[in-house]
Design a protein around this ligand. Structure first.
Ligand SMILES: Cc1cc2nc3c(=O)[nH]c(=O)nc-3n(C[C@H](O)[C@H](O)[C@H](O)COP(=O)(O)O)c2cc1C
Length: 363
């Protein structure tokens, strides 16, 4: 028989690290060292989304966080797929569409897309994190072997039961079940299925817990003690929170994005490919809504769409202009707390424990 939820969380920490099982979710471009340091000092887990980071930036992030707060952090990367060739007609349509939103056009030709994946993987290994995590697929077998040899657990983010089984089969030590409520990109292995396979966390999580033999971390729409307790009741061994930490003092996102998260009702986010070419959940800003209209061009493939919108999204950050900002948010943004992240994470776990203890004493 399964242990009670709090014991399950304690066992997760004994095996993988941290003092309690609440983790900052990896968020490319939104995980400054200070945010992880604050959460780790309080007893939770830190994280870096390394997608856009060069190897030396990954090393510097890991060094800074470890020297300040230890090693209970994960380093995360997207599994790459062969980039499709840019489509000139689509690109021309988008250059025209975007000219109404930003005076600076994307460079022509579009620049070389992304840092080298193999070099990022080596830098993550050298960073000696408590775990390395993947999204949008599984690591190649050679890298899984290196992880095992280094004794670094692999946490695989998935969005369906079939993906969970595939990742466990490929050697994942932990499955991260990402519900469709999640902010940012969906971790779907087959990106063309990202819209069609949307499953909410309350269905996804227990089904994955039943389907695999490894611990399961819950993520997507969790932002307060009730959500954490509910995830544990559904079989989670830990939770990952992304949007719920973005309004904290140590989060470096622009203030208009923080404010928009705090105001957003669950129905005021949108799943959109308009920023990057891949499906991600964002605040339904003016740009995201306009790009969803039937007369807007179809998004180009990833990473070309990201490169096309990059001047606009960079200008939006500089100007703190939410209308044009790539403002990722999950469906529970309105529950996100403010203030120092260390206080928030402690309070979240305390509230969750109270809910779980109350449930236990009623049994
Ligand atoms: C700004 C932002 C960036 C994200 N970047 C990544 C990423 O690089 N890698 C990843 O695995 N997940 C990424 N995610 C998804 C989170 O790891 C997590 O699944 C999600 O935040 C959970 O939902 P929540 O935002 O409702 O807490 C990102 C999410 C946000 C909000």
């Amino acid at each position: 028989m399964d242990v009670d939820p709090i014991t399950r969380g304690n066992r997760f920490c004994e095996r993988f690290g941290g003092q309690f099982p609440v983790m900052l979710a990896p968020m490319a471009g939104a995980c400054p060292p200070a945010l992880s340091i604050a959460i780790m000092k309080a007893g939770g887990w830190g994280a870096a989304g390394c997608l856009m980071m060069q190897p030396e930036q990954i090393a510097a992030w890991a060094d800074e966080v470890r020297s300040a707060a230890g090693s209970a952090f994960q380093l995360n990367v997207w599994i790459p797929e062969t980039a499709p060739r840019p489509e000139p007609d689509r690109e021309a349509e988008w250059r025209h569409f975007l000219s109404r939103w930003c005076d600076t056009p994307a460079p022509d030709p579009l620049p070389s897309p992304l840092p080298d994946f193999a070099a990022q993987c080596e830098a993550m290994l050298a960073g000696r994190p408590a775990a390395i995590s993947s999204i949008m697929g599984v690591f190649p077998a050679e890298f899984v072997a290196k992880l095992k040899a280094a004794g670094i657990p692999w946490m695989a983010s998935v969005t369906t039961v079939a993906e969970a089984k595939e990742a466990a089969q490929a050697g994942a030590d932990v499955i991260v079940a990402q519900g469709m409520e999640a902010g940012g990109h969906r971790g779907t292995f087959d990106q063309s299925a990202a819209e069609a396979t949307q499953v909410g966390l309350s269905s996804l999580l227990p089904s994955i817990v039943d389907a695999v033999d490894v611990p399961v971390v819950a993520t997507g729409g969790i932002a307060d003690g009730r959500g954490i307790a509910a995830a544990f009741m559904l079989g989670a061994s830990a939770v990952q929170i992304g949007t719920g930490f973005l309004r904290c003092t140590e989060s470096a996102i622009p203030s208009s994005w923080k404010d928009a998260i705090g105001r957003a009702l669950p129905e005021e986010t949108i799943l959109t490919r308009a920023f990057t070419g891949r499906a991600g959940r964002a605040i339904d800003t003016a740009f995201a809504r306009t790009a969803a209209r039937p007369d807007a061009p179809q998004p180009a493939a990833y990473p070309w769409q990201r490169l096309l919108t990059q001047p606009m999204t960079a200008a939006a950050r500089d100007d703190d202009d939410i209308d044009r900002m790539q403002a990722w948010s999950g469906q529970s943004g309105g529950l996100a707390g403010e203030g120092p992240a260390g206080d928030l994470v402690e309070n979240l776990w305390q509230a969750a424990r109270e809910h779980l203890s109350a449930a236990r004493s009623r049994r």
